[in-house]
Structure formats: structure tokens, C-alpha cells
Design a protein around this ligand. Structure first.
Ligand code: C5P
Length: 400
């Protein structure tokens, strides 16, 4: 995670999810943030300031009238050097106060007097979440450009089930990281394919490619962080859907093709990261094929549709990005692939350097030549790719 040097004011309000905010504080500190904690009186009933002080290594603030702050201006001073105020957990009551501009304690006055951004991670019982007043307040928060991290649905501490659970600390930290990314694709719609496809041989056997899906998921996440609305068409992988991304699950190349065909209209960008199986078995068996006296079965294969080439050939095709995982001659193969597929940009890497790993070394090929992204985490490489695509779209607009 890259939150190095970011200055965050973590505001905690009175909900049982406050115990998760302790883990969140630890995570933010570990990722390089300077975390200053401010707690409401109710929050201190759930977790003590001592806990938060030990986790952040900083004084924890709870009192509007704390004489340790110069001129008694804690409601102003404590947020002035911050990049972001993050409220986690944010109770229904606190959201109502933010929506109405009420400042009746240290944290709510800090929010009111802030110059930096504000993100809230709501946490409450399902009925409180669904209450008309809360929903009305949320609309106000959205209109005021306040970022929302969650909530999510699931079991609640009160024993009920439904919407209102606070996001897990790692997901909130990812939302914070996303918040700091440049919004180079704001207002754009992006379609991404990821993962392998599986072609049925019989009910228990498949023909597939080695692909963890990590690069495609990183691209989907990076595009969403850049402000795009993102649909991810995914082959079978065991990865969590990036927050805010709409995911469609498929198995075979044909299913992926069908899903792309029905989703592609209206998209500005198509990024084809999936390792689509090049062939499928012409006639898969209805029943499991049995071993027969050491004789190996043979299958007739036929070619799968080339999804990327199909999208690129459409009349109002989105800006298309292809991926090329090569085992040798990266330059030569990537350049040839760009022309063959008819796409403006190819992201290429040596497969042996990237398969299943968390990092990668991508080189981009466009009409201007090659651009190395160096080596780094797949998410960092994905962010650089997204920035490059945004730049290409921008210069395309200028030359029109
Ligand atoms: O043809 P090749 O598999 O080398 O090309 C790789 C690029 O084409 C990737 O972007 C991949 O997602 C896409 N592709 C596709 N449909 C296929 C094969 C590859 O969209 N059937």
C-alpha cells in the first residue's frame, strides 16, 4: 500500500465497529500514514483513547475544550495539517450531524471547519441504515462530495442481518488509497476482462490458461480509483471484487464473448486483460471420459472467437487496450500483435516474470513506440497504465 506521508485525521464515533477502527488505525500507520485520532465521548465507551494512542503513537483528542491546543482552537487546529478526515465508524447520528452542519463536540466541529477532504465509513443497524432520515442525509452527503466507504451487508453485532456493517479495515484503507489517486478517468466508462477462461472437455475436466486474474483485477481497481465506472468480466479466479466495481462472472471464452458483446456499448475504454483460451474442444463429452487400457483420448480443437479483435473492429469501438503475455521476443511480438488486433495500445510482459505474482514489469506499445513501466506491484503498474490511457485519450481529443 502506498499511503506514505499522508496525514489523516481518524475520527471515531460511538458504535461497536469502533473495535475495527483500532485495526484500521494500525493498518494506516503501517502503510506510512501519520494518523491523528479524535474520538467522540461515545466512541471512548467502546475503545479507550489509550488503545488508540498506543496504536498511533500520538495524543488522542476527545475534548473541544482541551487546553493543550493553542488558543483553545482545537476544532480548527487539529485538521489544518491533514490531507483527509476519515470517520470510522460513522454512526447514523454523526452522519445526520454532518449533513445538517451541526457542530456540538470536537469531532463534528472539526468536520465543519475542515479545509481537507472528508470520507465516512458508516456503521449501524440495518433499520437505522434504511431509515428514511438516514437515506435523506446520505443524499446530502453525496451532494456535498463527501466520500462514502461502504457500508456492506452482513451479520450485525445486534444479531440482525443486513446493510449497515462497517467495511473491513483493509477495504477502508483501500478506499483511502483510492481517494488519493488522480481522477484521470472521471466520467468515463471502462470495461475490463480478466482471469482465464475454461473450455469444457467433459463434466470434470477443462482446458485453460494459467492466469491468477491479479493483473486484470488491478486494472479494474485502478480505473475505478481514477474515477471511472467499471465493469469487470471475469473468468474463474479466487479474488475479491475491487470495491465499487461491477463484476460479471463467466467460465468459457464464448460466455466471455457474449458478456462483452452485451456490456460493451457505451463504454469509452475496453481493456482486455483476460487470458482467453485460444481453443475449445469441438465436441465436449456429456459423461466423464474413462481411462481405457492406457490409450489416451484425443480431442478435436477449434479456435475461440478473438474478443479483443472483435471489439476493436466495431464501428464505434471504445479505446481498446490489449495485453500480451509472451515467453520471448517481447518487442517484436507486441508490435505485431498491436497491428494484428487493430488496437492503439498493447501492454506486454514476459509471462514467466508475472504469472501468479504480485508484481510485474510491463512495457507499453503504441503508435509512438515503447514505454517501459519499470517493475512494480501489479496495482502500481495498473495505475501507470491507466494514466497512459488517460493521456492518450486526452491527446486524441486535442488533435480532433
Ligand atoms: O492473441 P493473443 O492471445 O496473443 O492476444 C492477447 C490479447 O488478446 C489479450 O488482450 C487478450 O485478452 C485478447 N484475446 C481475446 N480473445 C481471444 C484471445 C485473446 O480477447 N480469443
Amino acid at each position: 500500500m502506498t499511503l506514505k506521508g499522508k496525514k489523516i485525521l481518524l475520527g471515531m464515533t460511538g458504535g461497536i465497529a469502533a473495535y475495527k477502527a483500532a485495526a484500521l488505525a494500525r493498518l494506516l500507520v503501517k502503510s506510512g500514514c501519520d494518523v491523528r485520532v479524535v474520538m467522540t465521548e461515545a466512541a471512548t465507551r467502546f475503545v479507550t483513547p489509550v488503545t488508540m494512542q498506543a496504536l498511533t503513537g500520538q495524543t488522542v483528542w476527545t475534548d473541544l475544550w482541551d487546553p493543550r491546543v493553542a488558543d483553545n482552537m482545537s476544532h480548527i487546529e487539529l485538521s489544518r495539517d491533514r490531507d483527509l478526515i476519515l470517520i470510522a465508524p460513522a454512526t447514523a447520528n454523526f452522519l445526520a450531524k454532518v449533513a445538517q452542519g451541526i457542530g456540538d463536540d470536537l469531532l463534528s466541529t472539526l468536520v465543519l471547519a475542515r479545509r481537507c477532504g472528508l470520507m465516512v465509513a458508516p456503521a449501524m443497524n440495518v433499520e437505522m441504515w434504511e431509515n428514511g432520515a438516514t437515506q435523506r442525509n446520505l443524499r446530502v452527503l453525496r451532494d456535498d462530495a463527501i466520500a462514502l466507504a461502504g457500508p456492506v451487508a452482513g451479520d450485525q453485532a445486534c444479531g440482525e442481518t443486513g446493510m449497515g456493517r462497517m467495511m473491513e479495515p483493509a477495504a477502508i484503507a483501500a478506499e483511502v488509497e483510492a481517494w488519493f489517486q488522480p481522477k484521470a478517468l472521471a466520467g468515463k466508462r471502462v470495461l475490463v476482462t480478466a482471469g482465464p477462461t475454461e473450455e469444457k472437455i467433459d463434466p470434470v475436466r477443462v482446458l485453460t490458461n494459467s492466469s491468477s486474474g491479479k493483473m486484470g483485477y488491478a486494472v479494474a481497481r485502478a480505473a475505478r480509483e481514477a474515477g471511472a465506472s467499471v465493469t469487470l468480466i471475469s473468468g474463474p479466479v479466487s479474488l475479491e471484487t475491487p470495491v465499487g466495481v461491477q463484476r460479471v462472472n463467466v467460465r468459457s471464452a464464448q460466455q466471455m464473448f457474449d458478456a462483452v458483446k452485451s456490456a460493451v456499448k457505451g463504454n469509452d475504454i475496453f481493456i482486455s486483460v483476460a487470458a482467453v483460451a485460444d481453443w475449445k474442444v469441438k465436441k465436449s463429452s456429456e459423461q466423464k471420459i474413462k481411462k481405457a487400457n492406457g490409450r489416451a483420448p484425443s480431442f478435436e480443437l477449434e479456435e475461440n472467437p478473438d474478443i479483443l479483435a472483435w471489439v476493436a473492429a466495431q464501428k464505434h469501438a471504445p479505446f481498446c487496450v490489449g495485453f500480451a503475455a509472451e515467453s520471448e521476443k517481447l518487442d517484436q511480438n507486441a508490435k505485431a500483435k498491436r497491428l494484428r488486433k487493430g488496437v492503439p495500445l498493447i501492454a506486454a510482459n514476459l509471462a514467466q516474470n508475472a504469472l501468479g505474482a504480485d508484481d510485474n514489469a510491463i512495457t507499453l506499445y503504441d503508435a509512438r513506440g515503447r514505454h517501459s513501466l519499470g517493475r512494480g506491484l501489479k496495482l502500481e503498474q495498473a495505475r501507470k497504465l491507466v494514466a497512459h490511457v488517460a493521456g492518450m485519450l486526452q491527446s486524441k481529443k486535442k488533435t480532433r
